[in-house]
Design a binder for this molecule. Structure first.
Ligand SMILES: Nc1nc2c(ncn2[C@@H]2O[C@H](COP(=O)(O)OP(=O)(O)OP(=O)(O)O)[C@@H](O)[C@H]2O)c(=O)[nH]1
Length: 518
């Protein structure tokens, strides 16, 4: 069945708790996993015992000019797969039991066998910590995953091969044989890991991990504790140093145990020992080169990835900022339009508050505000201000004889006339029903009277037409008061003009009276 390619985080090392062997996980019973583990445990023990029974423990091999006794240990392959695909304890326990029983069967003293069996779990511990710390994909399917796998497998093999010393010590072998056993042990488990575990892990690993993640979905990526990174680095450096030290120490022991060469055979043995001795140095150089390659590749991809992510983030933030700026500009324009609308409405309201709706002239309220201002200005300038109160004559008759609508038309016509015939700076207001007030800053009494006569003449000639009725020959009376001589404030002036108007009405209408003549 073709599997979809698993995401990189699925392929990272994620140990499962051993408690899954006896505890339920949600509604998963995980029977298959448990059964597989028990079968592996039994197989490891049987294969371990068979190693001794059938004498598989060492394969003589000539490698790089050195004679080696490669240790072959099948449970190692099985248990390493469990460690990397499922978790440390899942592989460490079968490996420990298999080695323990093997050692006892081989006749090792039980107190030594108990310690001896710890060597493989020690190597597994190194594997597990390194994979957890590096967060590398476990299946060696990419260049950096292969480099990492080889480097870590070497260091784990060195730790796992520490059992060779107990084996040599309890077996009472000489220094020369001890060196050969050590070399064969670590190299055997290293090659086994590369040749069997590597390909199996590349093929089986992704399937096992996809299955594991489907059964036991991960909740969140846990941040790795710093101590694990530190421990992994320490184990890596420590493993290389232990390997160097042990190889040199054992090599020197084997060297000094050799008798001085007296024959060609002795010289060959010496040469062979030198070969084996230098092989250790080659391995260290190889592993260090792999480690440097891995780290270089890892850091390079990490940094370029971080740079790429930062570039993408910056581009997204820049687009966002441009979009926000655009939105802010739109909002600003919208706000400006609204403010303009409000200001227009406010101006309209202000205008409505000071205007008379029928004639469009200023109303009495505005007159009360504006007249004192004009008087103050005139006071500062030492100027005169003429205030006229005018009243249409016999206006009641217009209403009575031609209707209220005609009356309104006449009022509007008077307002138009006043606005047309007043100078800029003068202003007119509707003072009452058919009463108007004209304020003429800077005008003298005579100028005002002359202007009013002109208005009277135009008004008399005016022809107002409404609903087929024409009306003309109209007149008005007016009273004039001039600041400052007729009053020094608005109400005094209006009173004086009102009184003059009263006189004009009393004297027969259609005339202009000055307050000064009272
Ligand atoms: N059509 C109309 N008539 C108004 C308005 N305001 C006041 N009037 C009328 O104006 C008339 C004023 O009448 P009066 O005060 O007797 O004055 P008059 O008839 O002009 O007489 P004199 O002022 O004495 O010449 C009344 O009939 C009011 O109803 C208005 O807005 N429209």
């Amino acid at each position: 069945m073709a599997l979809p390619p698993p995401s990189p985080h699925v392929l990272r090392y994620r140990p499962l708790p051993l408690s899954l062997l006896w505890r339920r996980h949600g509604d998963q019973t995980l029977t298959g996993l448990r059964l597989a583990w028990w079968i592996s445990l039994a197989a490891s023990v049987l294969l371990g015992l068979a190693t001794v029974a059938f004498g598989w423990s060492g394969l003589p091999l000539r490698f790089g000019g050195a004679n080696l006794h490669l240790t072959v240990y099948p449970p190692l392959t099985l248990c390493t797969l469990w460690v990397l695909c499922v978790g440390f304890w899942w592989g460490a326990i079968p490996a420990y039991l298999a080695t323990l029983l093997l050692a006892l069967q081989a006749g090792m003293a039980p107190e030594w066998a108990v310690v001896f069996a710890l060597s493989n779990p020690l190597g597994y511990f190194v594997l597990a910590v390194a994979y957890r710390a590096a967060q590398m994909p476990v299946p060696p399917r990419t260049g950096s995953a292969v480099l990492f796998f080889v480097a870590v497998a070497f260091i784990a093999s060195v730790f796992g091969a520490t059992g060779s010393f107990i084996w040599s010590y309890t077996g009472q072998v000489g220094p020369e044989a001890a060196f050969a056993i050590w070399q064969g042990w670590w190299l055997g488990s290293f090659l086994q890991t590369l040749v069997f575990v590597g390909p199996l892990l590349a093929w089986l690993g992704p399937r096992a991990m996809v299955w594991r993640d489907a059964q036991l979905p991960r909740h969140a990526d846990q941040l790795l504790p710093r101590w694990q990174l530190f421990a992994a680095s320490l184990l890596g450096v420590g493993g290389v140093l232990i390997f160097l030290w042990l190889s040199f120490h054992l090599g020197r022991g084997a060297w000094s145990a050799l008798p001085a060469p007296t024959s060609a055979d002795d010289a060959r043995r010496l040469l062979q020992l030198v070969n084996e001795y230098t092989l250790a140095v080659y391995w260290i150089i190889t592993v260090l080169t792999l480690a440097v390659l891995f780290l270089g590749h890892h850091f390079f991809t990490h940094w370029t990835g971080a740079l790429e992510r930062a570039r993408e983030r910056t581009a997204v933030e820049r687009d966002l900022a441009v979009q926000r700026h655009h939105e802010a500009e739109l909002a600003r324009q919208e706000l400006a339009a609204r403010i303009e609308e409000i200001q227009l409405l406010q101006a309209q309201l202000r205008e409505q508050a000071v205007r008379d709706p029928l004639t469009g002239l200023y109303n009495r309220r505005h007159l009360q505000d504006a007249l004192p201002r004009e008087l103050k200005r005139a006071h500062r300038a030492g100027a005169q201000v003429a205030v006229v109160v005018m009243d249409l004559d016999h206006f009641k008759r217009v209403n009575d004889e031609h209707g209220h609508a005609m009356g309104d038309h006449v009022l509007q016509a008077v307002a138009d006339l006043l606005q047309a015939q007043t100078r800029a700076g003068d202003f007119c207001a509707r003072y009452g029903g058919e009463e108007f007030c004209l304020v003429m800053p800077g005008a003298s009494a005579s100028q005002t009277v002359a202007r009013l006569h002109l208005l009277q003449q135009t008004y008399a000639e005016l022809c107002v037409e409404h609903s087929g009725t024409r009306l003309n020959g109209l007149g008005f009376s007016a009273g004039v008061a001039v600041y400052p001589q007729d009053g020094d404030n608005d109400s005094a002036l209006l009173n004086a003009a009102d009184n003059a108007l009263y006189r004009a009405k009393a004297e027969g209408r259609n005339r202009i009276c000055l307050a000064a003549k009272a």
